[in-house]
Design a protein around this ligand. Structure first.
Ligand code: PEP
Ligand code: MN
Length: 331
């Protein structure tokens, strides 16, 4: 699918017929040239146009499209992404809830959380066993045993596992435990890591770099697909802003553009976007209204005692309220 095309009409007498047909196809037109006008620039109202439909209009001599810099990703446009038997992301499907702790701390806390995720109607358990931390003095995760606990708890509550891989050295072990491999914001353009993750042939959750534009983000996804990833789900987690009242700025326009206009699978992480548990519910609703297919949130049985990101973690009952607000409880 292309977003813009230039259409040349061979004979100026055909211009009125071509114009009406383009309007019938629901396209926005910009008529190029002067009185001898015989070209149009068109764009889809929803951001997408079907070039084949245009080529079939009698009188058109040429259709020039933008060069597609993400050909593998473009092929996935409009297609639902099946992550597990019970979990598919797509535009006509109910929104999906992913939840779990920021860091996996112990098997016991994960079990409490897994039960709450299932009660809330969530489909995936999240949690970091390997944690990227700004300070070298912060908690960096429990490592491989955390992956083992994630798998065991997810099996118990019939959930999928999404967890972050930080290092090229850990790609194989994370791939062995996770249903969806998370590449974090700080690694969105770590091309050596993307290459190894792609080669696993699994579905990948690609979080947006905190200062990356959409083209860079899509090219990160193209790297993963080029190297063999099965699917890529985009995760908007906020970009660097100037306000100190929230951790980041949630870019809902990027969500709407990638999801509604371009047809790609999009998740929103309002926890890392806002850094505040009181904003999770309103930002979830705004994200769903903007076309998000899934929401991923952090949760902890006792947020005040969390080893990382406590201020943004929901309590267990708040998670169930979020699941209810998203309409997940009965699905
Ligand atoms: C996370 O989801 O655990 C995380 C570290 O997020 P981000 O990469 O978006 O900062
Ligand atoms: Mn976190």
């Amino acid at each position: 699918m292309q977003r813009l095309a230039t259409i040349c009409v061979g004979n100026p007498e055909d211009v009125p017929k071509v114009r009406s047909r383009l309007i019938e196809l629901g396209l926005w037109l910009n008529e190029l040239g002067g009185s001898s006008m015989s070209a149009f620039e068109v764009s889809g109202v929803s951001g997408r146009i079907n070039v084949q439909d245009i080529r079939e209009i009698p009188g058109i001599s040429e259709v020039l499209t933008q060069r597609d810099i993400t050909p593998l990703l473009s092929k996935l446009s409009g297609k639902p992404v099946r992550l597990m038997e019970s979990c598919t992301l797509g535009s006509d499907l109910p929104p999906v809830l992913f939840a779990g702790p920021c860091s996996v701390e112990s098997e016991g806390m994960l079990d409490e959380i897994g039960a709450a995720v299932a009660t809330a109607g969530g489909k995936f358990l999240r949690g970091g066993a390997y944690k990227p931390r700004t300070s070298p003095y912060s908690f960096h995760g429990v490592g491989e045993k955390g992956l083992h606990w994630l798998r065991a708890v997810a099996e118990k509550y019939k959930l999928g596992v999404v967890t972050e891989v930080l290092s090229e050295d850990d790609v194989a072990v994370v791939g062995a435990y996770a249903d969806l491999i998370q590449v974090g914001s700080r690694n969105m353009q770590n091309f050596a890591l993307l290459k190894k993750v792609g080669a696993l042939g699994k579905s990948v959750l690609l979080k947006r770099g905190m200062a990356s534009n959409l083209e860079e983000w899509k090219l990160g996804a193209e790297h993963l697909l080029f190297d063999g990833a099965k699917d890529v789900v985009f995760c908007e987690r906020g970009i660097r802003g100037f306000t100190e009242t929230t951790r980041n700025l949630l870019d809902l326009q990027a969500v709407a553009d990638l999801s509604l206009a371009q047809g790609f699978p999009v998740m929103v992480d309002p926890s890392h976007a806002s850094g505040r548990r009181d904003l999770i519910l309103p930002m979830t609703m705004a994200s769903l209204a903007s076309g998000a297919h899934a929401i991923m949130v952090e949760v902890h049985p006792c947020p005040a005692k969390a080893k990382s990101d406590g201020p943004q973690a929901l309590g267990l009952s708040e998670l169930v309220e979020l699941g209810a607000a998203m309409g997940c409880l009965s699905s």
